[in-house]
Design a protein around this ligand. Structure first.
Ligand SMILES: *Cc1c(COP(=O)(O)O)cnc(C)c1O
Length: 341
């Protein structure tokens, strides 16, 4: 059966016609020469929004994160993050490969870490130890089922990092989901982070792209590293135009995705083959199937009825709402969920 409702990820969105029009009429130039005014406009728009000095457009969130980590570490350093972190689990060992640094993993509830967890893991200077130089947070936490940090939880972590001389990077692949859910303001974020990675191709619906925000000095270094990574793009303004369009039109509507995720979670909580559903904070629903089932067989059954989603372990399944899924499609997904078998 053809897939009717695709809840595998918020990366499956396709550009809307308004976004395509914006892309088609973009003014472009060679961005490696610093001459693409649409790329520059996107970088300026996001850095102003988050109150940071400068931005750098990249093809992916993996690239913005890995470049930031490389800017903030040197070989033999150590990065502190939660064990669920995308930078550690899903970026192919990039921290070891690109930055030659080790990773100290914490175990926060739903991936949310605190100053009390971080502080004892910061190494004192000692020839036996790697130098702890960077903390990475993720907001929202993907593997934590879209759990968010509030500004009040970030502030003391930032303070600890400043006091201990560590840098702080935010993997903000879904930062706008966090801002919508918490009511926090983007402009307050700049003061807390040395680097901030914003993704345009998740819930915001652009086809490609993430932007790294940081200081002028760090972005200058980051552009050099991007070139070496092979990420210097030429007339990338066509892609940046999609990002600008997304920032202008697709932020407020993330609240719809959050509402849809809550409706899905409520339906899942009522079916016999589900034993628990993680509380929904944003656009991600993770649930555990009953012991007699295996998550992959449930996903396969959903698939045969036209609902696509992914397992996150042999007992858990993830569904992600996004701008390609209307309220009517959510109703269709719920019919499939309730009438499985
Ligand atoms: C998707 C994602 C990224 C970056 O992914 P790309 O596919 O490389 O753009 C980074 N962090 C988190 C938490 C993500 O979910």
């Amino acid at each position: 059966m053809a897939i009717l409702v695709d809840l595998r990820s918020d990366t499956v969105t396709k550009p809307t016609s308004g976004m395509l029009d914006a892309m088609m009429s973009a003014k472009v130039g060679d961005d490696v020469f610093g001459e693409d005014e649409t790329v520059s406009a996107l970088e300026a728009k996001l850095s102003a929004l988050f109150n940071m000095e400068a931005g750098m457009f990249c093809p992916s969130g993996t690239m913005t994160n890995q470049i930031a980590i490389k800017c903030f570490t040197k070989p033999m350093d150590e990065v502190i993050c939660d064990q669920t972190a995308h930078v550690y689990r899903y970026e192919g060992g990039g921290i070891a490969y690109h930055s030659m640094s080790s990773v100290r993993l914490l175990n926060g509830p739903r991936g949310i870490i605190t100053p009390e967890m971080i502080e004892p893991e910061i190494n004192e200077p000692n020839i036996h130890y790697p130098d702890s130089t960077l903390v990475v947070l993720e907001n929202t936490v993907n593997k934590g089922g879209g759990a968010c940090y509030k500004r009040s939880q970030i502030e003391p972590i930032s303070l600890l990092c400043k006091n201990k001389g560590l840098r702080l990077h935010l993997d903000g692949a879904r930062i706008f989901n966090a801002l919508i859910a918490t009511g926090d303001q983007a402009k307050d974020y700049g003061q807390y982070f040395d680097g901030l990675s914003v993704c345009l191709s998740k819930g915001l619906g652009a086809p490609v792209g993430s932007v790294l925000l940081s200081s002028n000095e760090t972005i200058k270094r980051a552009i050099k590293i991007r070139k070496v990574f092979g990420g210097g793009m030429r007339q990338a303004g066509y892609l940046a135009a999609a990002g600008i369009y997304a920032l202008d039109h697709h932020i407020d509507r993330l609240a719809d995705d959050h509402r849809h995720a809550k409706v899905l979670a409520a339906a899942l909580a009522g079916v016999t083959y589900v034993i628990s559903v993680m509380p929904v904070e944003t656009n991600i629903v993770i649930f555990e199937v009953s012991p007699e089932f295996n998550a992959a067989e449930i996903v396969e059954l959903f698939n045969t009825k036209g609902l696509a989603c992914n397992t996150t372990s042999n007992k858990t399944i993830r569904m992600v709402t996004h701008l390609g899924v209307s309220a009517a499609l959510i109703d269709m997904a719920i019919e499939i969920i309730k009438n499985l078998k």
